[in-house]
Design a protein around this ligand. Structure first.
Ligand code: PLP
Length: 441
C-alpha cells in the first residue's frame, strides 16, 4: 500500500502521460523494459547515474537503458563529439563515412574474434545476419541456441522465449516453420548439445551454435568458461560455427568482451548496446574474415552472397558515438570500474539478504548484477509434476519481483524488472552506498 501510495501521490505527471499514451501506444509504453506496474514512469532527464521523472523525483539509474550506457547516461564527452559531427554532416548519407572505418578498426583491435565488422540496426538484426552468414558459409541449416538465452525477437530466435520467471511461452504469431531449424538446448548440458549435433548430422547439419557466453539472459543462469570452451571444441568437431552473442557482454565484460575475458575465440560475434555508446542503431556482426566476406556483393556483382541491409545502418552518427564511447571506455577502464561498483553492490545486497533472512540471492559478473528470488530453477520442467509446481511458483515469483521492482522505484532506485542491475562508470562508492540504504529500507 505504501508503494502504491508513492506512485499515486508523487507521480501524477507520469500517471497522466501514461493514460494519454495508452490511447495511441499499445500498452502505453514503447520500450519493453519500461515497467508497467502500477504505471510507467515518464522520464524528463537522465545523466550519469541518475534520472529525474516529469514530477521532479530523482532516482538512481540501475536500468541504464538495459545496458548500453557503460559510461553512465548521456556521457558528456561523447555528446560533445556527436554534436560536432552533426554540425558537419547529416546523421545519415547512405555513403561511406570516416567514422565507420574508425569504429570498425577499433573493434577489430580490441575484440579477439573480430577481424571485420558489419554494422546493423540492432542486436536482433545482427543475430539474423550472423545466422544467415553461418548457413551460407557452412551450407548447413540447423542452429542450436543455448536455452533461455535471448537473441532478439526474430521469428527463428524468439523460439523458446519465456515470460521472465515463468515457464510460459510469451511469443505468438510465429509460424511453425519459422522455428523448424532452431533447436534449444538446456544451459550447461554439454551432453544434450552433443546429442543434437549428432542427430543433426543426417538432417541438414548444424550451421552454428549461438550462445550468450556469460549464460542465458545476461547470465541470470551463469555459464562457466569451461562450458564455453567445450562448445568451441564441439563446434570444431562438427564443423559448425560458434557464435557468441555479446550484445550485453561486448565491452561491458572488458574491451575484449566475454571472449577476451574467457580467452575463447568465437567464429562470429554479435554486438549491440555498448557498440554505439547508448546512441541508436546499435548492432554489429563481427568475425573471421573468410566468413565475413560472404556478405560482399552488390550492384555489378554476380557472386552469391549472404544479403543483409538496412537504410539507417552504419550511419555516421552511430559510428561516431560508438567510436568515441569505446575510446572513453578504454581510457577510463570503464568495465573494470563499473565491475567494482557491481561487486560492492552485490556484497552489500548479500549482507542485507542475510541480515533479514530474505528468500533472495544476489550475484554478479562485474557490472551485471542479478537479484533473484531463490526457489525452483527456471527451466526444471523434467516431469509434469515439477512443471506444474514450477509454473505456480514462477507465477508467484514474477508477481513478487514486479512488486519489489515497484518498491525499489518508490525508494528511488530503478532496476530492470526488479531483478537485474547494470552498473556504470558513474556509480561511485557514494552512489552504491546510497542505493544500498534504499534497498535496505
Ligand atoms: N542478444 C542479447 C544477448 C540481448 O540481450 C539483446 C537485447 O537485449 C539482443 C540480442 C537484441 O538486441 P536488440 O534489443 O538491440 O535488438
Amino acid at each position: 500500500a505504501k508503494v502504491l501510495d508513492y506512485f499515486e501521490t508523487r507521480c501524477q505527471g507520469s500517471k497522466r502521460l501514461s493514460e494519454q499514451a495508452k490511447q495511441v501506444i499499445p500498452g502505453g509504453v514503447q520500450h519493453n523494459l519500461a515497467f508497467n506496474y502500477p504505471f510507467p514512469l515518464a522520464i524528463r532527464d537522465a545523466r550519469d547515474a541518475h534520472m529525474t521523472d516529469v514530477d521532479g523525483n530523482r532516482y538512481i539509474d540501475f536500468l541504464q537503458a538495459g545496458g548500453p550506457t557503460l559510461l553512465g547516461s548521456n556521457y558528456q564527452p561523447v555528446l560533445a563529439q556527436v554534436q560536432t559531427l552533426l554540425h558537419e554532416c547529416s546523421p545519415i548519407t547512405g555513403l561511406l563515412h570516416e567514422y565507420e572505418v574508425k569504429l570498425a578498426e577499433l573493434v577489430c583491435q580490441v575484440m579477439p574474434g573480430v577481424e571485420m565488422l558489419r554494422m546493423m540496426g540492432s542486436g536482433t538484426e545482427a543475430v539474423m545476419g550472423a545466422i544467415r552468414l553461418a548457413r551460407a558459409y557452412t551450407g548447413k541449416k540447423r542452429v542450436i541456441k543455448i536455452g533461455g538465452g535471448y537473441h532478439g525477437w526474430s521469428d527463428q530466435m524468439v523460439y523458446g522465449m519465456r515470460l521472465p520467471n515463468t515457464g510460459r511461452m510469451e511469443a505468438i504469431g510465429i509460424p511453425r516453420g519459422a522455428t523448424a531449424t532452431t533447436q534449444e538446448s538446456l544451459p550447461n548440458d554439454l551432453d544434450a548439445v552433443r546429442r543434437k549435433l549428432m542427430w543433426n548430422r543426417l538432417r541438414g547439419g548444424t550451421a552454428a551454435i549461438i550462445v550468450e557466453p556469460f549464460g542465458p539472459e545476461s547470465g541470470t543462469r551463469p555459464a562457466t568458461r569451461d562450458f564455453n570452451a567445450q562448445l568451441r571444441k564441439l563446434c570444431d568437431e562438427f564443423n559448425a560455427l560458434l557464435i557468441f552473442d555479446e550484445v550485453v557482454t561486448g565491452f561491458r565484460a572488458g574491451m575484449g568482451g566475454a571472449q577476451g575475458y574467457f580467452g575463447i575465440k568465437p567464429d562470429l560475434t554479435i554486438l549491440g548496446k555498448c557498440l554505439t555508446g547508448g546512441y541508436p542503431m546499435a548492432g554489429g556482426i563481427g568475425g573471421r574474415r573468410d566468413i565475413m566476406m560472404m556478405l560482399v556483393g552488390g550492384i555489378g556483382t554476380t557472386s552469391k552472397r549472404a544479403f543483409v541491409g538496412g537504410t539507417l545502418t552504419a550511419n555516421p552518427l552511430s559510428c561516431a558515438a560508438g567510436y568515441y564511447a569505446l575510446l572513453e571506455m578504454q581510457r577510463t577502464q570503464a568495465a573494470v570500474k563499473a565491475g567494482r561498483a557491481g561487486d560492492r553492490l552485490r556484497q552489500g545486497l548479500e549482507q542485507i539478504i542475510e541480515r533479514f533472512g530474505l528468500p533472495y540471492v544476489a550475484y554478479n559478473m562485474g557490472s551485471i548484477v542479478h537479484l533473484q528470488t531463490s526457489g525452483v530453477m527456471l527451466l526444471d520442467t523434467s516431469n509434469l509434476l515439477k512443471l506444474v509446481r514450477a509454473k505456480n511458483e514462477a507465477k508467484a515469483r514474477k508477481h513478487m519481483m514486479e512488486e519489489m521492482g515497484a518498491a525499489y522505484t518508490a525508494h528511488g532506485v530503478i532496476t530492470l524488472a526488479g531483478s537485474r542491475i547494470y552498473t556504470s562508470l558513474a556509480d561511485t562508492d557514494d552512489v552504491i552506498d546510497d542505493a544500498l540504504n534504499r534497498f535496505e529500507d
